[in-house]
Each structure stands twice: as C-alpha cells, then as structure tokens.
Design a protein around this ligand. Structure first.
Ligand code: FES
Length: 105
C-alpha cells in the first residue's frame, strides 16, 4: 500500500512527520502515531468532534467535500476557524503527500 508523509502539529505545538497509508483516515494515522490532543473518542464515527484539525489553505483543494454529518458536528464543536475539519472524515490520498495539518483544541 502506498504511504504518504503528513506534517502534523500537535496541541503542544510539536511538529511530527508521520506516515499515513493511502485509504486510511487521517485520524487513524494520527492516533497510530500518538499525536497529542487528537483524542478521537468516538473512533471515527463523526460523533465526538475530538479529532479536529486545521488544514493549511493550499491543501484544502485535496480534501473531500464535507458531508452533512461533519458539517453538523463542526457546528457544535468547532472554534469555527477557516480550514477546520474532522480528521476522521479525511481519507488519505496520494495527493496529500507532505500535507500540513494542525490539531485544534
Ligand atoms: Fe469522533 Fe472524528 S473521531 S468525530
């Protein structure tokens, strides 16, 4: 399986470069790497909002469209900053190699 690199800044401000397998969610890649602040309490069912990340502007074109469930969950839990997404709803694609994201707390 293809693997890409994701540059992720955790809630403490520490940056890591993690491996993410194409086809898995960004949340799974982040939790497998024990990224601080990305709790993912619901396990990826879009029902907790604790996997929120901010994706840098230029990378947003590579993200999937938001489904209604994600929009609804972010309306309850998000700080509302531009570029915020639920990482469990982002499926890794080859185009995301070297994408920069930041954990939102
Ligand atoms: Fe719960 Fe993403 S893991 S909303």
């Amino acid at each position: 399986m293809a693997v890409v690199k994701i540059k992720i800044t955790d809630e403490l401000g520490e940056q890591s470069c993690i491996d993410a397998t194409v086809g898995e969610s960004l949340m799974v890649a982040a939790t497998n790497n024990l990224i601080a602040g990305l709790d993912a309490e619901c396990g990826g069912f879009c029902s907790c909002g604790t996997c929120e990340v901010m994706v840098g502007g230029a990378w947003s074109k590579h993200l999937p469209e938001m489904k209604t469930e994600e929009i609804d969950m972010l309306s309850f839990t998000s700080t509302g900053q531009e570029g915020c997404r639920l990482s469990c709803q982002i499926c890794i694609t080859p185009e995301m190699d070297c994408m920069e994201v930041k954990v939102v707390k």
